[in-house]
Ligand binder design. Structure first.
Ligand SMILES: N[C@@H](CCC(=O)N[C@@H](CS)C(=O)NCC(=O)O)C(=O)O
Length: 229
C-alpha cells in the first residue's frame, strides 16, 4: 500500500496518473498547500522541502516503509519497482530518463515561473514575463520537435517521461503559450488524455482547489516559505 500526499497541481497529478497506470492500491492524503498543510511537522518528516507530492511505500525495499519526495524520484522508483512505464532496453530507458530530467529541470520550473509572473506576481514585471514566457515557448518548441519524430517522448513506448510532462502542458494558456503553434504537442496531449488511467489520475482530488486569497498568497509566495525550519 502506498500513502500518497498530494494536491491537484501538475506535480501532484504526475503521481496520481502514475499510480492509476500501475494500478497499485493507494490512500490519498490531501495536503492543502494554500492552507499551509505542507509545513505541518508530520509532513515535513516525509518531505523536508515542504512541497507535494510525496509518498510512503509501506512495502518498500526489504519490506520496510520508504518515504520519498520529488516527483521524478517517485516516478522512477515506482516504475522500476513494478517493471513498467520505462523501456526495458538500456538505450530506451536512458532516453526516457533524459526526457524526465528535461521535464524536472526545465519544463516544470520554467513553466511554473511563466505561470507565476503572468498570474500571481503582485506587480507586473515585464522583464520576468517576457523572459519566462519566451522560455516556455522555447521549451514547447523542443517538445514539439521531439514529438514530430516520435510518438512519445521516449520513442515508441509511453513512459514516465510523458506522465511527467503531460499535466504541465495542460496549463498552456496560463503560461502565456499558444498551443495552436505546437501541432505535435496537441496530438500527443490528445492521445494521452484519452487513456483511462490518465482520466482517473486527473480526477484525483479534482474537487479540491487552492483559493488564491491573501492568506494563500502569503503562504505560497510570502514570508512563510522562508522561515527557517
Ligand atoms: N521538484 C518538485 C516540485 C514540487 C512542487 O513545487 N510542488 C508544489 C505544487 S506543484 C508545492 O508543493 N508547492 C507548495 C509551496 O510552494 O509551498 C517535484 O517535482 O516534486
Amino acid at each position: 500500500m502506498i500513502d500518497l500526499y498530494s494536491w491537484p497541481t501538475p506535480n501532484g497529478q504526475k503521481i496520481h496518473i502514475l499510480l492509476e497506470e500501475l494500478d497499485v492500491p493507494y490512500t490519498v492524503h490531501a495536503i492543502n498547500i494554500g492552507a499551509g498543510d505542507q509545513f505541518a511537522p508530520d509532513f515535513l518528516r516525509i518531505c523536508p522541502n515542504h512541497r507535494i507530492p510525496a509518498i510512503v511505500d509501506q512495502d518498500g525495499p526489504g519490506g520496510e516503509p520508504l518515504a520519498l519526495f520529488e516527483s521524478g524520484a517517485i516516478l522512477l522508483y515506482l516504475a522500476q519497482k513494478h517493471g513498467a512505464l520505462l523501456p526495458p532496453d538500456p538505450a530506451g530507458s536512458a532516453i526516457a530518463v533524459q526526457w524526465l530530467m528535461f521535464q524536472m529541470g526545465g519544463l516544470g520550473p520554467m513553466l511554473g515561473q511563466a505561470h507565476h509572473f503572468t498570474q500571481y506576481a503582485p506587480e507586473r514585471v515585464e522583464y520576468a514575463i517576457r523572459r519566462y514566457t519566451r522560455e516556455a515557448d522555447r521549451l514547447y518548441g523542443v517538445l514539439d520537435r521531439r514529438l514530430a519524430e516520435a510518438r512519445y517522448l521516449a520513442g515508441d513506448a509511453y513512459s514516465v517521461a510523458d506522465i511527467a510532462s503531460y499535466p504541465w502542458t495542460l496549463g498552456h494558456e496560463r503560461q502565456g503559450v499558444d498551443i495552436a503553434e505546437y501541432a505535435n504537442v496537441r496530438r500527443w496531449q490528445a492521445e494521452i488524455g484519452e487513456r483511462p488511467a490518465v482520466a482517473r489520475g486527473m480526477a484525483v482530488l479534482k474537487d479540491r482547489t487552492t483559493q488564491m486569497d491573501d492568506a494563500a498568497r502569503d503562504i505560497l509566495f510570502g514570508e512563510t516559505q522562508y522561515q527557517r525550519r
